[in-house]
Design a protein around this ligand. Sequence first.
Ligand code: TYD
Length: 138
Amino acid sequence: METIQYKKLKFPQHGDSRGHLVVVEGGKDVPFDIKRMFYIYGSDKGVVRGRHANRKSEFVLINVKGTSKVKIDTGKKVEVVSLDHPHEGIYLSRMVWKEMYDFSEDAVLLVLSNEHYDPEEYIRDYEQFLYEVNQKDV
Ligand code: TYD
């Protein structure tokens, strides 16, 4: 059975005359319990962030302000997804190579994860990623 490697998500909006409110609950709106969140801002347009895959961490990326793009590489297929609405996100499973780029000046990219930070579970070498991701197919 093929497992989901990435998936676009839409979150419930509760906007009214006072403004917008978007809800993201672990295990409900994202497919894991949230253990970690971090956010990226102040990255210039030419900057490429990420450039890694994770052996354990899953992520949900949400551009809560501004816009950016994420290139998702499963080792078999590459897709570029635009992150340009604060009520939309993208889920990334483990063992997916990702690159975030084309940040607007005002971009704030919020990232949720199912795991605490552990640098040992990051694969930062693309050839190593291809090696490991292809091993899993055997
Ligand atoms: P890095 O993984 O290079 O960020 P990105 O891939 O999103 O561009 O992380 C930048 C720095 O922040 C690096 O020194 C590690 C640190 N860091 C943590 O301490 N905890 C975390 O959860 C993350 C994502 C990074």
